[in-house]
Design a protein around this ligand. Sequence first.
Ligand SMILES: [Fe+2]
Length: 278
Amino acid sequence: MRKPDLVGEKHDCEATLDDQQVMDFCRNGYLILEGVVPDKINTRVVDFLNTHDSAEPFEILTEDWFVDGVIKNPQAAGAVRSLLGKNFALPILMSNHRVHCPAPALNWHQDGGSIITSRLDYLQVFYYPEGVSREMGPTEILPGSHLQRGYGGFLSRLRSLKESVLTVSAPGTIFLTVYSIWHRRSASTATGIRNNLKYNYWRTVPPCRDWNTDPAFNFSWPDKEVPPFTVRAAQLLAWLCAEEWQHLGGQSWPCFSHSVLDKDQPGLPQGLRRDGQT
Ligand SMILES: [Fe+2]
């Protein structure tokens, strides 16, 4: 049994993401790690939640097997390490979005506590111990929405969104999001209980692009994306890389991808250019 107060506890481990994965996280606002927690831990978590039927089952953070298997899970913590840097702070609260299905969809929303910023100082993480099917009402998210302020009155009037993604997942799936991503619980039609644990990690050091980097990586942006979303996501990526933001507007990076050109685009931060590298 661990001491119950985890405030201030920090963790370090190998960073597992590469440049493409970090760039995609900045673009989409989320990353799904399918089935990364072993079955025997998933089963133990479900047993625990059945005996702690609460929206805040914080006692689970005092269990070594949970902290080691889920909170410090090598693939999940490796992704957190990539995005938040070394010695990131571990979760201090645990929520369970435990739903007795069938249940209707909730309204689209951003959680209270969202900060719309080009910094990434904290991460929201979800864990489905049993997985979730379409019929069990998975969390629905809108890719790329994490850097847009969505006012409550506007979001609550939205219904289906064509570009949204349902987080249908296998048991043991963990997914990371920028905290401010637009999301909702989708409607469920099956019968049973859906568990979805939610917790946060925090940055304790400045960013420095210390994940699995490739000096020759091409930072050109996929040109199908809407420029306003692209610029904000690229600003987040530049911040994570500790690069000065050199956006010039117009056809400069990241808009209007020049991936077919030999040279890097104007506006691409100096340290991300291949032109100056041998
Ligand atoms: Fe929420």
